[in-house]
Design a protein around this ligand. Structure first.
Ligand code: C2E
Ligand code: CA
Ligand code: CA
Ligand code: CA
Length: 277
């Protein structure tokens, strides 16, 4: 038994060592990803729940490293936050997203919005609101074409610097959505004071639709609360006709998910817009 225990420890240490090496490798590679043009954005359509018209797209980060291959944003973003690389990468994401939005309008005549995920670290940067204003100015976009997706955690844990920056951006006319709603420390009083216009109902709630009356009531209540507070709702991760119909019945405003489309390259997104018009 003692021997087995020692072996377990050895294997564990080995794994830990590999993990750390892997993580260090990714960290070093990420430092060059931007200048090596390895990062790109893909865009997932967001449609009106009733009329199925595409009204916006969520920009999602993708990274293909020549040796390591595709690396998920769930791995990239935490490393980018810890290293501070999220600041230059975040600026690149915003600039890229806005410039693609302009191109879609030129090529299709359709006026959409773009939703961009922003992490807490970016709001702590005093230069962030000014940077966003500059990017909008460069691309000639009105502020209300941009939606910044933030999490409940960010709202609760935000330092006073971050809170000031959120307010500044809000004053500029930029809209905020509360991402993954229901998975964090949601508090109703927080929600009624937060400068958010949109609630994104997390995929985990959508997944449980039809399981039992409690799971259904959960989604129903989120939508009801949003309506009382005058917020729009987006259901994310919608994969089936059944889910779509239930959400329509419950009065959700917008739908995002594989049922309609995965995230698309900018060129494919233009094709998507042209096919549907
Ligand atoms: P998120 O903001 O909740 O983004 C939605 C995620 O769900 C995306 O994964 C999307 O591809 C996936 N998804 C959408 N519809 C469906 C569906 O019907 N079924 C399933 N199974 N999945 C669906 P992705 O692109 O891997 O992004 C993961 C997370 O990484 C995002 O979650 C977001 O928190 C973060 N992230 C992605 N891009 C960025 C970025 O540019 N900046 C920041 N700060 N975070 C990002
Ligand atoms: Ca999001
Ligand atoms: Ca989300
Ligand atoms: Ca999510």
């Amino acid at each position: 038994a003692k021997e087995a225990g020692r072996n377990t420890v050895r294997v564990f240490n080995q794994l830990l060592g590999e993990r750390m090496r892997e993580r260090l490798e990714i960290e070093n590679a990420l430092r060059h990803a931007l200048s090596n043009n390895e990062l790109r954005l893909v865009f997932q359509p967001i449609l009106g729940a009733g009329n199925k018209v595409t009204v916006s797209a969520e920009a999602l980060l993708r990274w293909t490293h020549p040796v390591l291959g595709n690396i998920s944003p769930d791995i990239i973003i935490p490393i980018a936050e810890e290293t501070g690389l999220i600041i230059p990468i975040g600026i690149w994401i915003l600039r890229q997203a806005c410039s693609e939005l302009c191109r879609w309008e030129q090529e299709t005549g359709q006026v959409l919005k773009i939703a961009v995920n922003v992490s807490a670290r970016q709001f702590e940067d005093a230069a962030f609101p000014e940077m966003v204003a500059q990017i909008l100015h460069e691309s000639g976009l009105a502020a209300d074409r941009l939606e910044l997706e933030i999490t409940e955690r960010l709202l609760i844990e935000s330092t006073s610097d971050a809170a000031i920056n959120i307010q500044k951006l809000h004053d500029q006319g930029i809209h905020f959505s509360l991402d993954d709603f229901g998975t964090g420390y949601s508090s109703l009083s927080l929600l009624s004071h937060a400068p958010v216009a949109i609630l994104k109902i997390d995929k985990s709630f959508v997944d449980r639709l039809g399981n039992n009356h409690v799971d259904d009531a959960m989604v129903n209540s989120i939508i009801a609360i949003a309506q009382i507070l005058g917020l729009c709702t987006i259901a994310e991760g919608v994969e089936s006709q059944y889910q779509l119909e239930r959400l329509q019945e419950m009065g959700v405003d917008f739908i995002q998910g594989y049922y309609f489309s995965r995230a698309l390259s900018s060129d494919d997104f233009v094709k998507w817009l042209k096919q549907l018009s």
